[in-house]
Design a protein around this ligand. Structure first.
Ligand code: NAP
Length: 273
């Protein structure tokens, strides 16, 4: 199957390139810009069997100040991309987020749970899902959360550095989610698509932890004497509110592959140990 990855330089885009699929082409933002480049022209020229959209406006706090830009990239352009896929007969894997939910639940969110985003980023990602679904394309939307990898900007690498260099680190303890390793996510998303799963699926490693517990696991993996202090979100006011509980009920492990491994297994690789 010929695969065309958009957003190939991002954290997840790089994970797809690492899967070792020979018929995969990867485009960076300079090659194809969502909201600017024409997806019909691209797909008519390249005719991939499957488009994998890893490109997105991912700056959650900045989105509060530029909602139009975030909407263009995460929603309008995704709708247009899906229409182009439908028109040329390419399949589409698109990625979305746990932040489409408000976090008021206390059991994991199922793929069909009602959405209620509480920040601009979540709203634009939710709108992008809806537009993609309306296109009639052969489509798999994969929602995921708290993604990390040995590359790119992510919590594991940032926290690893802080714990190595500071005596004390304060970490939010009242937001709970499922950490997800980008290479596992890429492989599983593709396996789900190739098993004919369509619509909305959830893929995470887990188990659910707070950011504080995530930091403790990172410290256990790399060793350090830093003191980790649990604090409430209110101690770290940010432009975009975050859901308190955004655990996704994972589609994997229910007849389609094993559940993905505990995220802790991948911490040494992500930390470069
Ligand atoms: N990271 C997470 O924790 C997380 C959690 C839930 C869901 N997701 C979803 O997972 C997917 C992949 O995210 P990621 O973690 O790989 O994010 P990432 O590392 O920020 O990668 C996103 C990529 O998209 C590119 N991009 C931004 N605007 C673009 C545009 N208009 N046209 C083309 N490319 C553009 C970025 O380029 P520049 O660097 O040049 O801007 C970057 O290379 C996204 O759909 C995201 O919403 C991520």
């Amino acid at each position: 199957m010929t695969l065309l990855v958009l957003g190939g330089a991002g954290m997840l885009g790089r994970a797809f390139a690492g899967l070792g699929r020979s018929e995969l082409r990867s485009l960076r933002r300079e090659d194809f810009e969502l909201g600017h480049s024409d997806p019909f022209e691209l797909l008519e020229r390249q005719r991939p069997q499957l488009v994998i959209n890893c490109a997105a406006y991912t700056e959650v706090d900045k989105a509060e100040a530029e909602p139009e830009r975030a909407h263009l990239v995460n929603a309008a352009a995704v709708g247009k991309l899906a229409e182009a896929c439908q028109s040329v007969g390419s399949g589409l894997i698109h990625f979305s987020t746990d932040y489409v939910f408000d976090g008021s639940a206390n059991v994991p969110y199922e793929p069909d749970a009602p959405k209620r985003p509480i920040n601009v980023y979540g709203q634009t990602k939710s709108d992008g899902e809806d537009l993609a679904l309306q296109s009639g394309a052969e489509l798999l939307i994969v929602r995921t959360s708290w993604v990390f990898a040995p590359w790119g900007r992510n919590f594991v690498r940032t926290m690893g550095e802080l714990l190595r260099t500071r005596p004390e680190v304060r970490v939010v303890a009242d937001q709970v989610g499922c950490p997800t390793y980008a290479p596992d996510l890429a492989a599983r998303a593709l396996a789900l698509y190739e098993s004919n799963v369509r619509g909305v699926a959830h893929v995470t490693n887990g188990p659910p932890v707070s950011w504080y517990e995530f930091a403790v696991a990172i410290q256990e993996a790399q060793g350090s004497d830093a003191q980790i202090i649990p604090v409430p979100s209110a101690d770290f006011p940010r432009p975009a509110p975050r859901p308190h509980y955004s655990v996704l009920s994972s589609t994997s492990g229910r007849g389609i592959g094993e559940a993905l491994p505990d995220f802790r297994k991948h911490l040494p690789a992500a930390l470069g140990l």
